[in-house]
Design a protein around this ligand. Structure first.
Ligand code: ADP
Ligand code: MG
Length: 698
């Protein structure tokens, strides 16, 4: 690919010296391609400037004129300055005013030709003015003018010493280096089908649009040229995922799963309840995958309380009935223990042995257990995620179930395969992932979604209150307890300040126990408690001996106590939307009405307000996930780059969700049809190498 003109380093462009090259590189712009996929911040129609004489107050205007005079004007207010320029075109004159930008006296000079873009205001005795407009000085060299005016002009972000104006010139030069058609990474037929121009044309029009292109469309990246480039951004990554998926399908798994009526009967006998339609469909999809000759890679999405455990259990039954072993991994020991109890209950009276694998490596009991697992005496092993990392050997592992794992990115998933294991993999997440994120982080997987819930659930009422109305909340807690119900009080535990937060939770538990509810049993649960202490506290809560459980977020996943009907979340403003939704899923599990109180410490940010309000308004985890994505953006929702999210250059997962979905479908069709063009394959290889280092594709 050495002769790919898009890979030309920017320093080879005229006008880019070492200093500029360094500034550009710092902003992530190293090659011609980098420069061309970085869209302008917005476009401005400079094909028609407004005549100054026609300006009216209360709008935005773009004018082109010459500076007659300018300078810092004195003001009466201390520490406040105004830089003023009087600008003239053929029709008239207008004043432009910049508050507190004294440095402009070194930038703007009389006789300069400038483009101003900004708000027009009527300002008392000063008359009509442009207030703090964006400006651009036009060089009077004849060459630059057609680039910077008289057309729809791209306005770029300033990067270090590279001004928006220089940036524009650079992009123009970069485009001029593209003398021949570019190798197609989107097959021409596909581009034609969607009405997109060829690649070189797309780059040109995405920066220097043809006359008459709608500026409104340009500013929301909706023109065919822009959409093609955005699509490419997603498409390259999705092709990589599709290739990985095919690679996986080429693996012959060592085990064979077969199903007959006798097996179906035996499974039906242990079935604890009638499945919902969503559960039935998910089981069907999973079991179909399990019978294929290549390993399953499936993500099961279902809101909190949608009943994923039983689905996992049925898949496990199928594997065990076929004579194989199953590993179930949970994020916390608490949850692993709960799964153990659940599976033990459901498997009672069958020949299958379930064991919990936790604890330190060296210890004797654990060593013995590992021996039984290696000998195949244990059918189902429950543990934390460390199970994958540790050198636990199975005699015949056919199914790995990973619970509550929404941060299990593309890269980490390779782990099992890297160990030479090819079990069927079922990932389960109760944090509904917006579709776009699911397609991105898990685009090489198949996804089952359960949207319904087991019958008999009561909706949870959610209220948002400032801390100052704590007494009202205590009243609510007391009323619930008087009616025989139980209450959670949840404290955030943020890593950096873990100690002080733990102290806050401890202090609160003591305060509630001694002062507010001296007649009730209040206990504290947190992650620092030893396993058996935690277990003891939970057991007392499950048994109803404890009425108020003060807890850190260890109860976020897991815990199933239908009698608990009130949850009070302290410092709710510190939690993410998904996490709050998860927490709230702990109540509303029985037949009684439940209430979730979100307490916040004032002042709260606009974002916190949006988050807590969204939560009070909706109980639909999928809808909330979309809201979360819009409030916070994909990076924050999904964690960092390690989560397996690609860097996007032109694309935006929220704005361009439709293109992402399209890229997913097109990439799969292309890969499955064995029609990946060589230029695309090479490009995908290079991008994956850059983004994920060691990961190999195709
Ligand atoms: P999650 O999807 O959050 O892991 P669980 O699997 O813990 O949900 O299920 C939540 C609760 O609903 C459990 O108490 C479970 O026993 C119960 N449950 C699940 N499926 C059904 C069903 N089909 N009918 C009745 N109760 C169910
Ligand atoms: Mg669960």
């Amino acid at each position: 690919m050495a002769d790919d003109p898009l890979q030309t380093p920017l320093q080879f462009l005229t006008g880019v010296g070492p200093r500029k090259a360094a500034d550009l590189e710092k902003a992530g712009l190293r090659t011609v391609e980098d420069l061309l996929v970085r869209f302008p911040r917005r476009f401005e129609d400079r094909s028609r400037f407004q005549p100054i004489a026609s300006l009216r107050a209360g709008g935005t205007a773009a004018i082109l004129g010459e500076i007659l005079s300018c300078g810092v004007a004195p003001t009466r207010r201390q520490g406040f300055s105004l830089f003023t320029a009087l600008v003239q075109d053929e029709s008239g004159q207008v004043k432009a005013v910049w508050p507190n930008q004294k440095f402009l006296k070194d930038v703007l000079k009389p006789k300069m030709k400038v483009v101003l873009f900004g708000r027009t205001e009527y300002w008392g005795s000063r008359g009509l003015q442009l207030t703090a407009p964006e400006f651009e000085v036009l060089q009077d060299d004849g060459e630059s003018e057609p680039l910077h005016t008289g057309r729809i002009v791209p306005i770029y972000e300033r990067t270090g010493s590279v001004t928006p104006n220089m940036h524009r010139t650079l992009v123009h030069r970069a485009l001029e280096t593209l003398t021949a058609p570019l190798p197609d990474i989107v097959p021409a037929a596909m581009a034609a089908r969607h009405g997109w121009p060829d690649r070189r044309t797309a780059f040109r029009q995405a920066h220097f649009p043809d006359p008459g292109t709608a500026v409104e469309a340009l500013n929301v990246c909706a023109t065919p040229a822009q959409r093609r480039i955005i699509f490419e951004d997603f498409f390259v990554y999705q092709t990589g995922l599709a290739l990985r998926r095919r690679q996986n399908a080429a693996v012959q798994k060592p085990h064979v799963i077969a199903i007959d009526d006798a097996l179906r009967d035996r499974v039906r006998q242990v079935l604890p309840f009638r499945l919902t339609a969503g559960q039935r469909e998910a089981v069907r999809e999973i079991v179909t995958d399990m019978q294929r000759r290549w390993p399953m890679q499936r993500l099961l999405q279902g809101d909190v309380g949608s009943g994923k455990t039983v689905v996992a259990f049925l898949a496990a039954m199928v594997a065990m009935e076929n004579g194989y072993q199953v590993a179930v991994m949970a994020p916390t020991e608490l949850l692993a223990e709960q799964h153990l109890r659940t599976f033990q209950r459901w498997l009672f009276g069958t020949r299958f042995r379930v064991e919990l694998l936790v604890g330190r490596k060296g210890d004797a009991a654990r060593r013995r257990l590992c021996e039984s697992i290696a000998a195949g005496e244990v059918s189902l092993v429950v543990g934390t995620h460390a199970l994958v990392q540790d050198a636990v050997t199975f005699r015949a592992l056919a199914l790995a179930i990973v619970d509550e794992q929404h941060r299990f990115g593309v890269v980490q998933r390779g782990l099992l395969a890297d160990k030479g294991l090819h079990p069927d993999v079922l990932l389960m997440t109760a944090t509904p992932i917006p579709r776009t994120l699911a397609l991105t982080a898990c685009g090489d997987m198949d996804v089952s979604v359960m949207r319904d819930r087991p019958p008999g659930r009561q909706p949870v009422r959610t209220i948002v209150r400032p801390e100052t109305r704590r007494d009202e909340v205590y009243g609510l807690m007391r009323a619930a307890v008087a009616a025989g119900r139980q209450v959670y009080v949840v404290y955030p535990l943020i890593e950096e300040s873990e100690k002080s937060d733990l102290k806050a939770a401890t202090t609160m538990a003591a305060h509630l126990a001694d002062t507010v509810f001296p007649d009730l049993r209040v206990e504290l649960l947190h992650g620092r408690l030893k396993g058996d202490e935690k277990d003891a506290v939970m057991r007392r809560f499950v048994a109803g001996e404890v009425q108020v459980l003060v807890s850190t977020t260890v109860i976020e996943v897991g815990v199933d106590v239908p009698n608990a009907t009130v949850m009070v979340v302290e410092h709710a403003e510190r939690f993410g939307l998904a996490q709050l939704h998860q927490l709230r899923g702990r109540i509303g599990r029985g037949s009684e009405a439940s209430t979730c109180v979100l307490l916040y410490a004032a002042p709260w940010s606009e974002e916190s307000r949006a988050r807590l309000t969204a939560l009070a308004d909706s109980e639909d985890g999928f809808a909330l996930a979309e809201t979360d994505l819009q409030i916070r953006g994909p990076g924050d929702v999904f964690g960092t780059r390690q989560s397996g999210l690609p860097w996007l250059r032109a694309g935006d997962m929220v704005r361009d969700a439709d293109l992402l979905a399209l890229a997913h479908d097109e990439a799969r069709a292309l890969v499955d049809g064995d029609a990946v063009p060589p230029a695309l394959a090479a490009h995908v290889g290079r991008v994956w190498q850059q983004q994920f280092g060691l990961v190999t594709v195709g």
